[in-house]
Write a protein that binds this ligand. Structure first.
Ligand code: NAD
Length: 475
């Protein structure tokens, strides 16, 4: 009799890394067991991250587009926001996607155990089931995809409902009058934009010199300008020195540049200071799996850990902590497990997108990194003010920025700030992966009038031959 608690391949964690890996493995004929506590696969991204936040950002965009329509003579009344209905709609988006993924898991015959696992050894897990009981499960091979957790600041009273992490803010408890957001990165700016559009006075404190410190400054500039109008305040080089969470408000003290100017009382505080790999309570000490000093699992180019039968993918296996990177690592790990001569993990470009308004997206080598590494690049910037399509949208606050090898004109990086930047960046990723040169981009006919022409015309600018924009003369 086969042992029902023994598995050929376990995938531990059902986010976009784990479920993509499980499905890919099932397609290759493996018997796959997915262990995850939720009813369906989806993980943080589908349940408490990318998907619900994008649903809310869509609602916010509709509101701000309606407000701005008055500029071209179309006036709408101020929106009436039914918070319960908005929350329910967001929930229905999540439900639709996660239940769809759950059905696909069934169709692929992926067995789903609802629980959380920790290692007893390199071939055995203790699984705490959602009904409160525990079971032991053994495996031949395992893909570790347990993702990451929000970082909270030690000593802060995160158990007070006035103190929120992203998942709490996504629950939209109410539309607060005031909100402090600690950390001006992806989450702080995306959720800050949602709440500000719904009517909250939003303050951001960011300890670095700029919001989105990881992105090139000229890409961030158009966003910064708009957020300064939308938010009550953005305090840079500022930190929170003390937090006192009461029943109906949070009292806060600051240190740094903006300390004197910042409001000292808020209805809610959202902490969005980054995420850390979810590797601390997995019993990894019962295996030979190695962690780096930040807690990321160490893997080789096939995503294999120091244990020959265990692979790790996604947020737990290193930066950048992005869903699309996790899914692709899942593919690499499964191909390695299947013994295929997989190319391994060697992407030339992993796109990053901040879904604010304007959106900011970049892929490959950006200007700041090229400078820091002393790489000889040519950089051109095509302003959206020169794009016919951007003018028709009334949104010329942005740019497309192309980074090429100074000699060969090979495309090394693309950055975009503007409407639909997140969709358009994919063209740059393809160009970089395919080893395109600037001529490939500019000689490919792009549809008119679209924002995508800005990418083609950036490539034209490499030769200063854009029909709609001339490079400023060098002094
Ligand atoms: P983040 O790393 O994007 O931003 C955190 C910000 O907080 C940084 O700018 C940092 O300088 C600042 N900070 C840190 N400590 C601080 C302090 N004590 N006071 C003030 N500022 C402080 O992190 P996040 O916004 O929490 O997002 C976490 C991760 O989730 C991201 O790295 C990203 O991988 C992922 N994410 C991606 C998307 C997307 O792809 N659109 C959206 C949301 C989250």
């Amino acid at each position: 009799m086969p042992d029902k608690n023994h598995h050929d391949l376990i995938v531990l964690g059902g986010g976009p890394g784990g479920y993509a890996a499980a499905f890919h493995a099932a397609d290759k004929g493996f018997n796959v067991t997915l262990i995850d506590p939720e009813e369906n696969p989806g993980g943080t991204c589908l349940y408490r991250g990318c998907i619900p936040s994008k649903a809310m950002l869509h609602a916010a965009k509709v509101i701000s587009d309606a407000r701005e329509a008055s500029e071209f003579g179309v006036d709408f009344a101020e929106p009436k926001i039914d918070v319960d209905k908005l929350r329910a709609w967001k929930g229905s988006v999540v439900e639709r996607l996660t239940s769809g993924v759950g059905k696909i898991a069934e169709m692929r015959k992926v067995k789903h155990i609802r629980g959380t696992g920790s290692f007893v050894s390199n071939t055995e897990l203790e699984v705490k089931l959602v009904d409160g009981t525990s079971e032991r499960h053994t495996f031949d091979k395992l893909i570790l995809a347990t993702g990451s957790l929000a970082i909270s600041i030690p000593g802060w009273p995160m158990d007070n409902p006035r103190m929120m992490l992203a998942k709490d803010a996504l629950d939209l408890p109410e539309i607060p009058k005031t909100m402090l957001i600690v950390g001006g990165g992806y989450i702080g700016l995306e959720l800050g934009s949602v709440y500000a559009t719904l009517g909250t006075k939003v303050t951001v404190v960011e300890m670095m010199k700029t919001i989105l410190p990881g992105a090139d400054k000229d890409l961030v500039r158009p966003l910064n300008k708009r957020l300064k109008q939308q938010f009550e305040a953005i305090h840079l080089e500022t930190k929170v020195s003390s937090v006192n969470a009461l029943k109906t408000k949070v009292k806060v003290e600051f240190e740094g540049k903006g300390a004197d100017d910042a409001r000292k009382e808020y209805d809610y505080v959202l902490v969005s200071v980054g995420r850390k790999p979810n590797s601390a309570n997995l019993g990894l000490e019962n295996t030979n799996i190695e962690l780096d000093d930040k807690g990321f699992v160490q893997v080789d180019d096939k995503r294999r850990t120091a244990e020959a039968n265990i692979w790790a993918i996604g947020d737990i296996a290193g930066e950048p902590m992005l869903a699309h990177k996790a899914s692709h690592e899942g593919r690499v790990a499964v191909e390695a497990i299947a013994g295929e001569k997989s190319a391994g993990w060697d992407p030339r470009a992993i796109p990053a997108v901040v879904f604010t308004d304007p959106e900011i997206a970049w892929a490959g080598l950006m200007e700041d990194e090229a400078k820091a590494k002393g790489i000889d690049v040519q950089v051109v910037k095509f302003p959206l003010a020169a794009s016919g399509r951007a003018i028709t949208l009334g949104r010329t606050d942005g740019l497309t920025k192309l980074v090429v090898n100074a000699k060969t004109k090979k495309i090394l990086g693309l950055g975009i700030a503007g409407p639909n930047a997140g969709d358009m960046i994919a063209e740059g990723v393809l160009a970089i992966e395919m080893g395109c040169v600037a001529d490939d981009l500019r000689l490919s006919i792009h549809p008119h009038p679209t924002l995508s022409e800005a990418i083609m015309e950036s490539a034209d600018l490499i030769f200063n031959q854009s029909p709609h924009y001339m490079l400023p003369k060098k002094r």
